[in-house]
Every structure is written in structure tokens, then in C-alpha cells.
Design a protein around this ligand. Structure first.
Ligand code: 5SP
Ligand code: CO
Length: 214
């Protein structure tokens, strides 16, 4: 079954801890936390001052998605919150293997993110050291954007590389995911989806999450 990670970017930040409890009670699998620095992407979000109460309220593991220039700095900021995953963009990192080793040493599962234009071959020789690869199906920076459908073919290519190099590595897709595209993602071999506006825009979080757990 596909695992669902609601992106809290679309939550009501005036009522954040209750929103976190609500998605956990509604049966989500992970909590996706989008961290943006205003440099790597043209938007800024949250740091440890906000993510710490999120971690306290959460009964499901955190999945932190870094959209930042300085990955090491942000990993140091969030490591004490013991997220299950931290993902960082291949496009922002000169030494991705070193960052993977750092995450492993901290007991955090390493994941790498690919922007829509980046081919899966860019990380072929990192797959054996990764727990997850995140394919962006929108340009990173904002919630509520339209799904870029070329990610489906990319997921299939990535799945072939994963089968060859490390079958335990998961494929995650992030951006514009909803109940209309979930089945093509499942058929392409996707294991985890992030959904922000679809989950938080639904009156019933449980119904929305279940409709993606196919
Ligand atoms: O990383 C990002 C955006 O940069 C995502 O996690 C979005 O926040 C997903 O939102 P929706 O596209 O599902 O509304
Ligand atoms: Co994200």
C-alpha cells in the first residue's frame, strides 16, 4: 500500500499542533515538513522554533524535505528532533555522498530529491546508500501547484535503477498528488506520496488520506 505523507505547508499555521494531531489521528504514515531558505527556492518557511512543537505533537515520524543551499547547516538544526527521514536536493549539494554519510551517522534515513528536470541517472551511484529518492512533480517552493506528468516515466526509469542497485530504496513523489493521479503513480512503482493541498483542502482528512493509500 502507498504510504501518505501530508505536507504541513498547507495546514492552518494558526492552529498547527491541532492540525498535526488531526492528520496523525486520520491515519497518515509520515508528516512531511517543507523547509525553504529563500535562496535555493523563492520562498521561506519554517525552522526549529516551529518544527519542535510539531515534533512534540506528532505521533507519526517526521519526513523533513530540505529546499536549501546549505544542507549541513539545516541538518544540524533539525537532527535533535530525530526525524525518520531528511531529504536534500541533488541540485544544491556538491558532496551528496558525504551528506548521506552524515545523516546515517546521526541515525536519520537519508533521501535525495530530484527536481523535475534532473534525470534519475544523476543519482545512480548513490542509490545503494539511500533509503528513499524523492521525485518532485512540481517545481519546489510552493504548495498547490499542478502535477507535472513526466514524473511518471521518470519513476519507472528510477524503479529499474533501484531494482538493480538497492531494491529496499523507496520512491517518493511530491507535488500535485491527488486521488486522480494516485493510481498511475502506484503503477509506476511509487511507494510514498506527499500531499499538501489535497489533504488539508479536504473537510475530512481521513477520507483524503485513505483515498491515497491504494
Ligand atoms: O515540497 C513541496 C513544495 O516545494 C511540497 O511538499 C508541497 O508542499 C506539496 O504540496 P501540494 O502540491 O500537495 O499542494
Ligand atoms: Co515537499
Amino acid at each position: 500500500m502507498i504510504l501518505v505523507a501530508p505536507s504541513i505547508l498547507s495546514a492552518d499555521f494558526g492552529n498547527l499542533t491541532n492540525e498535526i494531531k488531526a492528520i496523525c489521528d486520520a491515519g497518515c504514515d509520515l508528516i512531511h515538513v517543507d523547509v525553504m531558505d529563500g535562496h535555493f527556492v523563492p520562498n521561506m518557511t519554517i525552522g526549529p522554533v516551529v518544527v519542535t512543537p510539531v515534533a512534540k505533537a506528532a505521533t507519526k515520524p517526521l519526513d523533513i524535505h530540505l529546499m536549501v543551499e546549505d544542507n549541513n547547516f539545516f541538518i544540524d538544526l533539525f537532527a535533535s528532533l530525530k526525524p525518520m527521514y531528511i531529504s536534500f536536493h541533488i541540485e544544491s549539494e556538491r558532496h551528496p555522498h558525504r551528506v548521506i554519510q552524515k545523516l546515517r551517522a546521526l541515525g536519520i534515513k537519508p533521501a535525495i530529491v530530484l527536481n523535475p528536470h534532473t534525470p534519475p541517472e544523476a543519482i545512480e551511484y548513490l542509490i545503494e546508500d539511500l533509503d528513499m529518492v524523492l521525485l518532485m512533480s512540481v517545481n519546489p517552493g510552493f504548495g498547490g501547484q499542478k502535477f507535472i506528468s513526466s514524473v511518471v516515466e521518470k519513476a519507472k526509469k528510477l524503479k529499474e535503477l533501484i531494482n538493480k542497485r538497492n531494491p529496499n530504496c523507496l520512491i517518493q513523489v511530491d507535488g500535485g498528488v491527488n486521488d486522480k493521479n494516485i493510481h498511475i503513480l502506484k503503477d509506476a512503482g511509487v511507494d510514498v506520496v506527499v500531499a499538501g493541498s489535497y489533504v488539508f483542502g479536504n473537510d475530512n482528512y481521513s477520507t483524503a488520506i485513505k483515498s491515497l493509500q491504494v
